[in-house]
Design a protein around this ligand. Sequence first.
Ligand SMILES: [Fe+2]
Length: 164
Amino acid sequence: MNDLTTLHQTKESTTPISESLQNVLSNTYGLYFATHNYHWNVEGSQFINLHKLFDEQYNELFQAVDIIAERIRELESYAIPFKDKDILNILKTTSDAINKETDVNTRALRMVHNLIDMNQTVINICQLTKNEAQAVEDDETESLMVERVTAHQKALWILRSIVK
Ligand SMILES: [Fe+2]
């Protein structure tokens, strides 16, 4: 096998870490979509606080999505944000909170609860990915996952404090 063939075969390969990072990417992207959507559609007595909070959170997530996708590229895989029906499930969960039949304050609370659940899911996926990265001594992915867990834990603390 010549060098060119070897090079071609190792390029754009899929590793367990890049697979896990794809999962982090799609769930972070989904949370970004939900948070931005809620920034637009929230109403009620907490409108201005939630509108501003969601603004901060979707901007942080938008930057994170780019860093996660580029880490996947650094590992020589392509960044695919969504597989199969991922995006449809995320959009359904998101739009369920914008149900016109409930009052505006109930809808706002439902948005906060959805974001709590989605942040917790992303934390779980990041922690699994962090452990996998640690096992293969991929320090950069491990460090990125620690940063992401820290950011989501902060988001979770703020969101939980609203609904206590
Ligand atoms: Fe805006």
